[in-house]
Design a protein around this ligand. Sequence first.
Ligand SMILES: Cc1cc2nc3c(=O)[nH]c(=O)nc-3n(C[C@H](O)[C@H](O)[C@H](O)COP(=O)(O)OP(=O)(O)OC[C@H]3O[C@@H](n4cnc5c(N)ncnc54)[C@H](O)[C@@H]3O)c2cc1C
Length: 353
Amino acid sequence: MIPFEFASPKTLSEASREVDHKSNMALAGGTTLLDLMKLNVLTPNRVVSIAPVLGKEVRLERDTLTIEAGCTMAKLADHEAIRDAFPVIRQSLITAASPQIRNMATIGGNLLQRTRSTYFRHPDMAPPEQSFEAETEEKFWHRVDLSSAAVLGNNGRVVGTYPGDFANTVVAFDGTVHLQGPDNTRTVKARDFYRKPSEKEIQYSVDLKPGELIAAISLPVTPALKQSLYFKVRERSSYAFALASVAAGLELEGEGASATIRHAHVAFGGLGSIPWYSSAAVLALEGEPATDENFEKAAQTALAEAAPPPGNEYRVRLAERSLVRSLRRLRDVGPYTDAEIWAMQHGRAVNQS
Ligand SMILES: Cc1cc2nc3c(=O)[nH]c(=O)nc-3n(C[C@H](O)[C@H](O)[C@H](O)COP(=O)(O)OP(=O)(O)OC[C@H]3O[C@@H](n4cnc5c(N)ncnc54)[C@H](O)[C@@H]3O)c2cc1C
């Protein structure tokens, strides 16, 4: 880790005046930033402590849920407004990381995770333009841990996966990111906030200008948000990033397979270069009967544009099966219960339909 200056601004707008996201970086919970500084992947000259000046509240007002960026993952997951009413939010948080990390990590920082590929996180990695030249060659594929490479939104290239969980819920349920600049505020739809890697980039970028900080995120409260779940498949049952995950919600008219799908929300995690909102799945589902056949069709449509790097073909099938399973579960039983999620977290068998 290189030496750096430390700043403790007194207000959020003072903090935003200090931060440029390159040489002057914001420190919230520090669970990503400090890791990357220790690895010399990020080498800011100045670290600006924003946790004390970020709002930490969760507010449910009329039809909008607002979460201030300084709220920790643990506090949000356990908040009374969230606990029973919005399963996908709670589940995408408690299936992420570990209790220690969730107690430190903030919601703002959680949205801005860097890809976990050890290759793309290595400070000695070739500059993007060189790796871009090389990445179509087979020998490049053998050098890179492709299990963290994107299957969707990769433009046929080898680029890192967006690794987080909660952001998939935010894009699935049409969330908005609220930004605070030194002299102004701005809102941007979460689906527009994340940008797929351009030709010379190895991971996503965000619509965050120098000086802007995430102040809050908000979600419209819909019936589907209440009938929702997060299903995550990983190499270990706990404390691991997703190989494939699904944030899903259904608003049904009627019962069982003869019900009509009024509204559907679907996003995949662990697969895309960005949190992957699946408009293809939503289009295939809305207005249709909630049959297994339609769920299968939606899953295949959703993954039709997948371009898995070598050895990752199984993640396409995994994602399809995860979506079908999530939709069937929502139709036949409803959201996962807390007991079921904790059983999954601890590697115990549960009766998952
Ligand atoms: C071992 C391990 C396992 C993990 N497993 C998972 C997992 O399974 N799922 C998952 O989703 N996550 C996982 N995580 C990641 C963890 O959730 C993130 O590290 C955490 O959410 C980041 O939040 P933070 O407040 O600590 O951010 P920080 O580390 O403080 O900051 C992260 C980045 O965001 C910037 N930043 C922070 N806040 C703001 C803001 N308000 N405005 C603008 N920029 C800001 C910082 O400058 C930095 O670039 C894991 C982490 C570890 C170390």
